[in-house]
Design a protein around this ligand. Sequence first.
Ligand SMILES: [Zn+2]
Length: 73
Amino acid sequence: MKRKAREDKPVVSQEIMEQAKAAISADRPRPAAKCKVCSAEAAPNSAEGLCWVCRRLKISAWREIEQQMSAQE
Ligand SMILES: [Zn+2]
């Protein structure tokens, strides 16, 4: 029983895959930071280390506090 190994070969060669991976990592030098709250991918420009969702929640929480404070005055 003859079986051709040709079918097992990957469509994309290992060399091309490595080059593609290197190009991607060169494109993104910094690894994506993780959100401190939910461990999701943090926003790239977030100094607090928060993802978009947690940033939004935080901002909306601030707004609520501000509204409550201005309502008390
Ligand atoms: Zn988050």
